[in-house]
Design a protein around this ligand. Structure first.
Ligand SMILES: O=C(O)CCC(=O)C(=O)O
Length: 417
């Protein structure tokens, strides 16, 4: 993922029989670990959300000017809090032009999101999914384990080519709620709600927990944090839609001092993807003369080196955030939209590429998830062609204090009064 504003050597069939079509894969038997281990040195933990932030680290972040949390003081508002200026705001936002689901979540004047209503509305909308369901999260809180061979195969692929494609064994794939996740993305798209709102649901976070050890292997076994850089795509090739244009995510600043991978994007298709539906395309690290720079040029590499990343629903594609890549335009004959999700991840030892960093094994509260969704809408509005009224919804979310954390927002992320 582009951080903030700005983001298959068939090698090694390391596991066995169930991994027939794998690049790299594993089986649940060998694979199920107990739980994700807590991550982050104690020094780094201060800069990480569980909902605590380190203000200084946040302020010194040179990435996108997101929000600077000032304190942990709650900033909740309710219906009584209706300044006349906000009525003006509501007219500008034109609440009628956004989906009814959102209207259910706001105060009657449209000026504030209400957390309880939002949770109820999203629960209704994605009936088969969970939103802040502690019992469900506790049950699902696990990560597949990897053999040593898998770990070294992953590390080698990242080192040489800067990307890898992990195909989980069937039993692990079955345990993921991929079909339900796909369905809610389709419903959001049909309701004309930005599909990134899917990150309100627990399942979207839990899927990354399952891949914890794969991600860690790609990062040289280093501890890592999730970045507040995520998106959910519903790209309809039949309608001529394409994925995101050519870019490097965080680029050179994501590399460690020896040009090792310091950050990855973790992209998961929720339907089978190929060149017909559209998929991610990369220029492997070793074939890209500009790797390690921030140059994004279509003339320096040899087009024969472009690699398409087709895959099955529930696979994991990981690439170095310095890698050149894009989302292709599929065929008008595609029978299904390309649905996928991605989140940025960085090693704990690297300066934050964006803030707030999120602990990989702590589910953000729903309030914080909504604020992070709002952040994505505002930071990616240009790349993802988000309608202006949704940017206004995002401003309302930020103004509502749902996480209980007070932020210093860039001026254009604030409600105008
Ligand atoms: O899915 C896409 O179209 C692009 C994905 C991407 O560029 C990313 O996740 O960084």
């Amino acid at each position: 993922m582009w951080p903030g504003i700005c983001r298959n050597s068939h090698a090694t069939k390391v596991d066995d029989a169930n991994t027939e079509r794998l690049d790299i894969g594993c089986q649940r038997d060998e694979a199920r670990s107990s739980r994700c281990r807590p991550s982050g040195s104690s020094q780094r933990r201060t800069a990480v959300v569980e909902c605590h932030f380190e203000v200084a680290a946040f302020r010194s972040c040179q990435a996108n000017p997101i929000t600077s949390p000032i304190s942990g003081v709650s900033n909740r508002h309710d219906d009584a809090d209706r300044a006349p200026t906000l009525i003006t705001f509501r007219q500008r936002m034109n609440i009628n032009s956004v989906a009814p689901l959102i209207e259910q979540c706001t105060t009657t004047d449209g000026s504030r999101f209400k957390l309880d209503r939002a949770v109820a509305a999203f629960r209704q909308f994605g009936k088969n999914l969970h939103a802040d369901d502690i019992a469900h999260v506790t049950l699902q809180r696990q990560a597949m384990r990897l053999s040593e061979q898998s770990v070294s195969a992953i590390a080698k692929r990242m080192d040489v080519e800067g990307y890898m494609h992990y195909q989980p064994a069937p039993d692990i794939r079955r345990a993921l709620d991929i079909a339900k996740m796909r369905d809610v993305v389709v419903s959001l798209a049909r309701a004309k709600i930005p599909t990134v709102f899917a990150f309100v649901y627990d399942e979207f976070w839990l899927t990354y927990w399952e891949f914890h050890n794969v991600i860690k292997a790609a990062l040289g076994q280093r501890e890592f944090f999730l970045l507040p850089d995520f998106w959910v795509w519903h790209v309809d090739a039949k309608e001529g839609e394409a994925g995101w244009a050519i870019h490097r995510d965080a680029g050179a600043r994501s590399l460690l001092s020896d040009r090792e991978t310091g950050a990855v994007s973790a992209w998961i298709p929720l339907v089978d993807v190929n060149t017909v539906t559209g998929c991610v395309m990369v220029v492997p690290k070793e074939r890209d003369p500009d790797f390690g720079t921030d140059r994004v040029s279509q003339i320096t590499f040899d087009v024969r080196d472009i690699r398409a990343l087709p895959g099955c629903a529930g696979d994991l594609m990981l690439w170095d955030q310095a890698l050149l890549h894009w989302g292709s335009r599929g065929s008008v004959f595609s029978e299904t939209p390309r649905i996928s999700m991605s989140i940025g991840i960085q090693v704990a030892s690297l300066s934050p590429l964006n803030l707030p960093l999120l602990k990989p094994d702590v589910l953000p509260s729903v309030g914080l998830r909504l604020e992070m969704v709002a952040k994505q809408i505002l930071q990616y509005s240009r790349h993802a062609a988000v309608a202006p009224e949704w940017c206004d919804v995002a401003r309302v979310i930020f103004a509502s204090g749902l996480s209980g954390i007070t932020y210093e927002l860039p001026p254009d992320w604030r409600l105008s009064t």
